[in-house]
Design a binder for this molecule. Structure first.
Ligand code: ATP
Length: 367
């Protein structure tokens, strides 16, 4: 449905060679829900604006269904768009707001109102059609903005941080709502967000951007379980992944990673190539892949608990290695049943099949 081919966008005067988007390639299938996710300034909004036709790429091609659209005007692209600020017209009723894009296309008022009614029913706001935006809650305004974007039956829906003005609870409801409507209508949708939980919950695939480049483009579980590089691994996950410096060693047929805290055998059948032996790596372990061990011989590390945070669904335990040479902080996630005390020393086990090893010479590639 959508192909971005080698897209570059330079803003005049921007630092770092001026590239806000730097050679981006992306394919989006019909009916797919894709999130563009990354830290502030990574090029998400710039990419969305180029899809909308509100910005022109410096170079590269944008195709909608094999048709080059680089020079197609926004109004001729058959897209609906919802912005962070909703931008509803305050002097118009909900009905007229939803009908606005249709009236702009010279649709007769009666037909436009009929379509507005149908769309408002899908979004369950048909009882609000006579109100003005100022008489609506934030969540209702959000739905009106969605209805307006969908009223002209677009092939592509672009969402720019559409939930950032909603409170935490409402966000969850609206998120489900957006996903349901998107499924029902089958409209190809791209959402820009800096909220990773939102992106992972709502999308079929997520493109992680950094510095105007795609770091990984994959379904949520793949990103989480098989991060392509150190950036993706450390960006995704809350609480974040533990990252520990280590050296790869080989003794006879077995490979080990040696850190200041412990030694861990790299489980078979994973084998690193010879060029990595003796090299520094970052060892990545997610907090829920560490556990507090009660069985002798099972544990790899003994650490002192500094802080316990109760997260509702579990406990986040922050620990340091007081006795050893390292003051590195390690995070562990455990259930609520475990009785733990700050200042207590505990034995920690590692699930070795869940570890990640990142190359420190090749842009942090996951080995
Ligand atoms: P955020 O999450 O903060 O909105 P973003 O990922 O959407 O960030 P963009 O808005 O696409 O990022 O910006 C990408 C880069 O381009 C940033 O470094 C930004 O400073 C720069 N930039 C954006 N708009 C302009 C502009 N009009 N002129 C010059 N530089 C710009």
């Amino acid at each position: 449905m959508i192909s971005l081919v080698n897209i570059v966008k330079n803003y005049d005067g921007k630092q770092n060679g001026g590239r806000a988007v730097d050679g981006l390639n992306l394919e989006i299938a019909k009916g797919e829900f894709v999130a563009l996710l990354g830290p502030s300034g990574c090029g998400k909004t710039t990419t969305l604006m180029m899809l909308a036709g509100l910005l022109k790429p410096t170079s590269g091609e944008i195709y909608f269904k094999d048709k080059l659209v680089n020079h197609v005007e926004p109004k001729d692209r058959n897209i609906g768009m919802v912005f962070q600020s909703y931008a509803l017209y305050p002097h118009l009723t909900v009905r007229d707001n939803i009908a606005f894009p249709l009236r702009e296309r010279k649709m007769a008022k009666k037909d436009a109102y009929e379509r507005a009614l149908q769309t408002s029913k899908i979004l369950q706001i048909d009882h609000l059609l006579d109100r003005k935006p100022s008489q609506l809650s934030g969540g209702q305004q959000q739905r009106v903005a969605m209805a307006r974007a969908l009223s002209k039956d677009p092939e592509i829906l672009l969402l720019d941080e559409p939930m950032s003005n909603l409170d935490a609870r409402l966000k969850l409801d609206v998120r489900d709502e957006i996903r349901k409507i998107q499924r029902k209508l089958g409209v190809t949708t791209i959402i820009v967000t800096h909220d990773q939980e939102e992106a992972l919950a709502i999308s079929d695939r997520v493109a992680i951007l950094n510095g105007g480049k795609i770091q990984q483009y994959a379904p949520p579980s793949e990103l989480f379980n098989h991060p392509y590089n150190l950036f993706v691994a450390s960006f995704l996950g809350n609480p974040p992944m533990n990252l520990i410096d280590g050296i790869v060693e080989q003794r006879e047929d077995r490979q080990w990673v040696k850190t200041k805290l412990f030694e861990l055998e790299i489980p078979q059948p994973r084998r690193l190539e010879a060029q990595h032996i003796g090299k520094t790596v970052k060892l990545g372990i997610r907090p829920h892949d560490l556990f507090i061990s009660e069985q002798p011989g099972e544990a790899s590390i003994r650490l002192e608990i500094d802080l316990i945070e109760h997260l509702g669904s579990g406990q986040l335990v922050k620990m340091t290695d007081r006795a050893g040479q390292s003051d590195m902080m390690i995070r562990l996630l455990t259930d609520n049943e475990k009785r733990l005390k700050e200042r207590e020393t505990v034995a920690i086990g590692i699930r070795p099949d869940k570890i990640h090893l990142f190359d420190m010479t090749d842009e942090g590639r996951n080995l």
